[in-house]
Design a protein. Sequence first.
Length: 159
Amino acid sequence: MRSKHEDLMLFFVLTLFVYFRDRISGQLSLGGRMNSRIRRETLEHIVSEGDRNCIWELRMNTNVFANLCELLEVQGGLNEDGHVNLPEQVVTFLIILAHHKKNRSLQVRFCRSSETVSKYFNKVLKAVIRIQSILFAKATPVEEDCLDPTWRRSKVELI
């Protein structure tokens, strides 16, 4: 008859065996599968469940988000490298900008390390900078003869 202590040790050894076996074979361990599911569900909650969540989280609807992802991929050179997919990269970037979130809050939300969040934020930022001429409108000065009351200037005479 085994004691509770022996049962606990046996459970611990079996857990280690399963963990290292999965590591060596290249399969995801239970934690990796769990984190992957959490990431997927978080991304689906933001993007795939309709415009309401997408607008609330990213300040744009799903169609605009999809267009932005395509533009960043085609024109900006942003790509997936097997670790973080393109929509997740763009979502983390937009949440940081739209809500002034810290790296730590996104680490918890997407089950990523601080290094990963920072790395992909910088990748997306560089892609946005590459396509800034497409994304950002160029300012034009208001002309002197403008009739719009919003932009009407009052001329002040200096004595």
